[in-house]
Write a protein that binds this ligand. Structure first.
Ligand SMILES: Nc1ncnc2c1ncn2[C@@H]1O[C@H](COP(=O)(O)OP(=O)(O)OP(=O)(O)O)[C@@H](O)[C@H]1O
Ligand SMILES: [Mg+2]
Length: 420
């Protein structure tokens, strides 16, 4: 059994936080057994190291290790991917194909985002865990395989069980040993270590001198909530390494790049950064955003009414009405000015409506106006938000997902779903 230090070095794991160390030790301890392990933690905390350590520290290490993103595989093909299929099992199945559970015989499978598995696949998985037996799609022959399963989830799987979306028997079967990876904000002492490591990696990669943070800037990032955890910190250090000309980053600069708008409200508590505080704040902001959105929806409706009504009904005072609808809004923000709503043409039906643009450039939780939705359908709006986030981050899915507060795989699925 390798020491924790050796393992950290081998996998490039940075940090000395006690809870993280305990999680890594637990992985090393259970590695030689065949016990199923469930890894739990928010998106971007480093869950993927655990199955790799388990595989590497077990007798299975010379056999296959396969990582499967359950959330990224369409429901229609997941059974065939995992368990294989017979020739002719469905249109396009021109060959018999081995599934991951057959290929990984003697090795380890990592089922990431296991909560996304369809119920029918959960039944097949349970059978494999119980007896090692499975059947290819389209076949009635029972096959055997010997695979160690490590699963991960960033959703509350217990809630999914209560909602009937995840089988309770499977939950207990997977959860024989649970390994929790703490959120980055709960291991503040590791934040600057990680930043320095990433900054040095990026300096090498881009052949630039290292960047350094002033002591105040170091303090700031250590107390920042990092909702996207280590992944967000890594992306941030890349951004700073590449964009900033000055190699010493001041507090002022870091606040500009990483605005912690949550301090705008007085709800910040002394125990700043603790998980429940953060959730509470996040909830408050969501409520505020929702309210703002409702307001904008109302405005959109009012404008629509005006737009579709004969302009004469208002005795030529349409512009004034619109001004009034937007009065409060334009006080808040210059991005949301009524002049962008060009309503004067004589035929209102053919006018082109330019929705006011919302400036997303500098915030995590900005409570300023949201772009007026043209559709009130939740789906349309979700699609629109995803498009905006992808545009803002120039197609970088990780960053867009962080901003939207969903996992990268959920984003991936939605991109497919909406054909974006
Ligand atoms: N302690 C750490 N030291 C060095 N790099 C880390 C550490 N933790 C995470 N990372 C890096 O952060 C990124 C995100 O980690 P990872 O992919 O394991 O997250 P995750 O928990 O699986 O998230 P998700 O649920 O979104 O898949 C990876 O690039 C990973 O290498
Ligand atoms: Mg992952």
């Amino acid at each position: 059994m390798d020491s924790l230090q050796t393992i950290k070095q081998r996998f490039g794991i940075i940090g000395n936080n006690v809870v993280l160390n305990r999680a890594l030790e637990k992985a090393v301890q259970v590695a030689p057994t065949d016990i199923s392990v469930l890894v739990i933690g928010e998106s971007g905390v480093g869950k993927e190291f655990i199955p790799k350590i388990i595989h590497n520290q077990s007798a299975r290490k010379h056999n296959n290790y396969i990582a499967v993103n359950c959330g990224a595989i369409p429901e229609g093909t997941i059974d065939s991917e995992l368990f294989g299929h017979e020739k002719g099992a469905f249109t396009g199945a021109t060959q018999t194909r081995k599934g991951y559970f057959e290929v990984a015989d003697g090795g380890t499978i990592f089922l990431d985002e296991v909560g996304e598995l369809p119920l029918s696949t959960q039944v097949r998985l349970l059978r494999i865990l119980e007896s090692g037996e499975f059947m290819k799609v389209g076949s009635s022959d029972i096959q055997k395989t010997n695979v160690r399963v490590v699963a991960a989830t960033n959703v509350k799987l217990k809630d999914s069980v209560e909602k009937g979306k995840f089988r309770e028997d499977l939950y207990y079967r997977l959860n024989t040993v649970q390994i929790d990876i703490p959120a980055l904000r709960d291991r503040k002492e590791d934040i600057n270590l990680l930043f320095r490591k990433f900054a040095s990696d990026f300096a090498n990669k881009y052949r630039m001198p290292h960047i350094e943070l002033s002591p105040e800037a170091q303090n700031y990032i250590a107390n920042y909530p990092w909702p996207g955890n280590v992944r967000q910190l890594r992306n941030f250090s890349e951004q700073v390494s590449v964009i900033e000309k000055d190699r010493v980053i001041t507090l002022e600069k870091i606040m500009e790049l990483l605005p912690n708008n949550s301090t705008m409200l007085t709800v910040t508590s002394k125990k700043e950064g603790s998980s429940s505080d953060f959730m509470e704040r996040e909830l408050l902001f969501k409520v505020l955003l929702d309210m703002k959105k409702d307001l904008n929806d109302l405005r959109a409706l009012t404008l629509d009414l005006i737009k579709n009504k004969d302009v004469d009904d208002f005795n030529g005072n349409t512009q004034e009405l619109i001004q009034r609808v937007y009065q409060e809004q334009s006080d808040d923000s210059n991005d949301f000015i009524p002049s962008q709503y060009n309503v004067v043409p004589s035929n209102p039906k053919t006018q082109t409506y330019q929705p006011p643009q919302y400036d997303y450039s500098n915030d995590v939780y900005d409570v300023s106006p949201i772009e007026e939705p043209e559709s009130l359908s939740l789906q349309d709006n979700e699609k629109e938000m995803i498009k905006l986030a992808l545009e803002k981050h120039k197609g970088k899915r990780k960053m867009a997902a962080d901003e939207l507060g969903i996992s990268e795989r959920t984003l991936y699925r939605k991109i497919k779903q909406y054909h974006l």
